[in-house]
Design a protein around this ligand. Structure first.
Ligand code: GLP
Length: 262
């Protein structure tokens, strides 16, 4: 696990986008990228957009897979993750909408929909780089505490805290769905590379548990300690609870030139 502490949230976005760009370019035009919703990756998407606009990066033939979707929102609902991904990822990154997928939370049979989503990811060779945020309770995707560390795409019940956190996007708390269809922790672990971004003090406890705590379903993101290529990009505020922050800073400052990316 590599931890990169950046001075600001914008800087973290630039750094995460640099890492994603490096991997995507190495994978060629049909790179497979996993996308997260939430506010955490927005600075990363903004910097990826800058790289697309300046033709440093071309994702017109790339594949995209969202992590999760609410259950029961009508297709086209502005807060469905399919719509959020269209607005924040597919359009600004000039991706082909026919190559960007979100789990089908409106399917009649959610079990089948979960299995089909896994198959769609497998069919294009698996995710090359998964962009992640993290919830204040340590969830990644919508894998709430207690999620099996080996789970696959399936229905989950949202915690009341997650529903309250996400109620800012809906007219009222009652409108926030109770269930979601989310890639499992096992699905996320199958991505060849993972880049997780977090900013702000509200994420400091989750980041400390995820990076330095025990690997446990109590902090689902801690499973990333077992990932062979996980990069955690955070700002100073999200780093305040880390015991080994100075070591991470030193490791980054003295990175060998062949490991660097811009
Ligand atoms: C949401 C999403 C996650 C996201 C997390 C944090 O509910 N399902 O993928 O990482 O919660 O959201 P934010 O980045 O807005 O803090």
């Amino acid at each position: 696990m590599e931890v990169i502490i950046c001075s600001t949230a914008a800087d973290a976005g630039r750094t995460a986008a640099g890492k994603v760009t490096q991997i995507a370019k190495a994978c060629g035009p049909e790179a497979v990228i996993g996308f997260s919703t939430g506010s955490s990756p927005l600075a990363t998407y903004a910097d990826l957009t800058r790289r697309i606009d300046s033709r440093e990066l071309d994702l017109t033939q790339a594949w995209g897979f969202a992590l999760d979707e609410y259950v029961g929102l009508q297709p086209g609902h502005p807060e469905s993750y399919a719509e959020v991904i269209r607005r924040t990822v597919t359009e600004p990154l000039q991706m082909n909408p026919d190559r960007v997928f979100t789990p089908n939370g409106f399917a009649e049979n959610l079990k089948v929909a979960g299995a089909q989503y896994e198959e769609q990811i497998r069919a294009v060779g698996g995710v090359d780089v998964q962009i992640l945020g993290v919830g204040a309770n340590g969830h990644i995707g919508f894998n709430e505490p207690g999620s099996s560390l080996a789970s696959r795409t399936r229905i989950k019940t949202l915690t009341s805290q997650t529903r309250v956190d996400n109620s800012r996007f809906f007219a009222s708390l009652d409108e926030v769905p109770r269930h979601c269809l989310t890639q499992g922790l096992g699905t996320i672990m199958d991505a060849k590379n993972v880049v997780l971004v977090a900013q702000g003090e509200a994420k400091a406890d989750a980041i400390a548990a995820l990076v330095e705590g025990a690997v446990s379903a109590g902090c689902p993101g801690s499973v990333l300690q077992f990932h062979r290529s996980a990069t955690i990009v955070i700002d100073e505020a999200a780093a305040i609870e880390l015991k080994h922050a100075d070591y991470y800073r030193e490791a980054f400052a003295f990175k060998p030139s062949w490991q660097r990316f811009e």
